[in-house]
Write a new protein. Structure first.
Length: 458
């Protein structure tokens, strides 16, 4: 598909790439060898580079543009708010703030009715962790190894994935205790569901019994970047019971799993779990403007009625970020995207299972709604992964990244992380686009299959 619109006059792609490469940091990688694609524009599930070449966005950029690119209602809301009132200090009330707060009451899990607005998922979690620690007066936080919760001190400290390691002890805060993942394909106890009796949840009961001084447990209800890991049905309800029993707050990090991605407003809705704090960002505006949300119960808010609330940002409750979220919620409803995500998600998983059958390098496919992972293995029987988290940090070539690169050559963008691919197209993706992306994935997996046979990549 070629870009229907004319090129921007004067925009020289090579010059754009040169200036950006020579003046910017790029996130989460070695800086050398960065050669970014120039993204010129985007619409719906497609983006175009500076040469007019189209790419199907099979991961919604960073699992964020749930409404697709350029949603007119959201864009118009940004423009209208910019003209009317672009900024007001957070101590003021604004109409956008009232409208979004009312709208949130209609979509969030029951009991979450006090809001703190920031501008990223990281900030949403940083606020949640601070609130949990201040309210309980306790310091420890339970998290899980396969998790990402953000880039700043407290949020990276409760992050289990390799991004924590380079700053461990340099810019982390003490107090993280890791609980077992609910990851059946690689069960930390070597058990099999359901005869395991969900040992990963029961172990948390023992941990909380012994640890003491635990303020909260933070979970991605469906783990995102670290594998699109869907818990067994008993897991989260049991974690809710256990945390409640020990008087420990439950923080649901729905930065990636929220906003229809898994076929409900929020992943916890699948299991009717009511966390004490829910954090989100990304899909709240379809990523068209940066917004983070920390939602708490009124019981938590009450704790600050006569106590100093020790948190805030200049851009807290920034009107320009709030008005588009109201429009976004309207669009999720108008386009019936929760139901579409459920329906297309079943189709996606069924097609992925067929693909798995053709490729020895595919160890497992899993997912919920329009959120799926293809986990690659060198050896299906032993489940040996092609690459490790150390390989990722060391910048070694990763088989999953080579598969993603082969897809990119065919015009499909798909995020790869250590040993899996994350499939998360915009929720508005058409069946034809879904089929096209899957056909390209099917072909690209030959790259990984070849490594199964030769074992050439260490
Ligand atoms: C589950 C989860 N929490 C927190 C974050 C951090 O969000 P942000 O990158 O907006 O700071 C992310 C980002 O991918 C995420 O996936």
């Amino acid at each position: 598909m070629t870009d229907p619109r004319p090129a921007t006059p004067g925009a020289d792609g090579d010059e754009v790439r040169r200036v950006v490469r020579e003046t910017n940091y790029v996130t989460w990688r070695r800086q050398g060898g960065w050669n970014p694609l120039v993204v010129a524009r985007a619409k719906d599930s497609t983006f175009w580079d500076d040469r007019g070449r189209a790419y199907l966005d099979f991961s919604s950029q960073l699992m964020a543009t749930n409404l697709g690119h350029g949603n007119a209602a959201v864009v118009d809301a940004i423009a209208a708010q910019a003209h009317r009132l672009a900024y007001a200090a957070p101590s003021f009330a604004t109409e956008a703030r009232a409208q979004l707060s009312s709208a949130l009451l209609g979509v969030l899990p029951k009991g979450l009715n006090r809001f703190f607005f920031s501008t990223s998922g990281t900030e949403a979690n940083e606020a949640a962790l601070k609130i949990a620690r201040v309210v309980t007066g306790r310091t420890k936080v339970l998290s899980r190894p396969r998790s990402y919760h953000g880039a700043t001190a407290a949020s990276i400290s409760v992050t289990g994935d390799p991004r924590r390691r380079p700053v461990e002890g340099l810019q982390t805060v003490p107090g993280t205790v890791f609980a077992p993942d609910c990851y059946c394909y690689r069960c930390p106890f070597g058990l099999t569901y359901p005869s395991c009796n969900v040992a990963c949840a029961e172990y948390v009961d023992q941990q909380l019994e012994r640890e003491g001084n635990v303020a909260a447990m933070i979970v991605e209800p469906v783990v995102g970047t670290n594998g699109v890991i869907v818990p067994v049905p008993e897991y989260l309800p049991r974690i809710r019971e256990i945390t409640r029993k020990h008087g420990v707050l439950l923080i649901a990090d729905e930065v990636m799993s929220g906003w229809g991605r898994v076929g409900e407003w929020f992943a916890v809705d699948h299991w009717k779990v009511e966390p004490d704090i829910l954090t989100t960002a990304k899909g709240i505006t379809g990523a068209l403007i940066p917004l983070g949300l920390t939602a708490t119960t009124s019981a938590i808010h009450d704790e600050f009625r006569d106590r100093y609330f020790p948190h805030g940002h200049t851009y807290e409750a920034h009107p320009l970020t709030l008005a588009p979220a109201v429009a976004a919620i309207g669009e999720y409803r108008r386009l019936d995207l929760l139901e579409k995500s459920r329906r297309d998600g079943e189709y996606l998983l069924q097609r992925l299972r067929e693909i798995q059958g053709r490729h020895p390098s595919v160890g497992e496919v899993r997912g919920l709604g329009l959120f799926a992972a293809v986990e690659l293995v060198r050896d299906r029987s032993s489940r040996l992964a092609f690459n490790t988290e150390e390989d990722k940090l060391a910048g070694r070539p990763l088989v999953a990244e080579q598969v993603a690169a082969a897809m990119m050559k065919e015009g499909v963008f798909c995020v790869a992380w250590v040993s899996h691919l994350v499939i998360a197209p915009p929720l508005i993706v058409t069946r034809e686009e879904l089929d096209h992306g899957l056909e390209v994935l099917d072909r690209a997996l030959a790259v990984a299959d070849a490594e199964v046979r030769t074992g050439a990549v260490a």
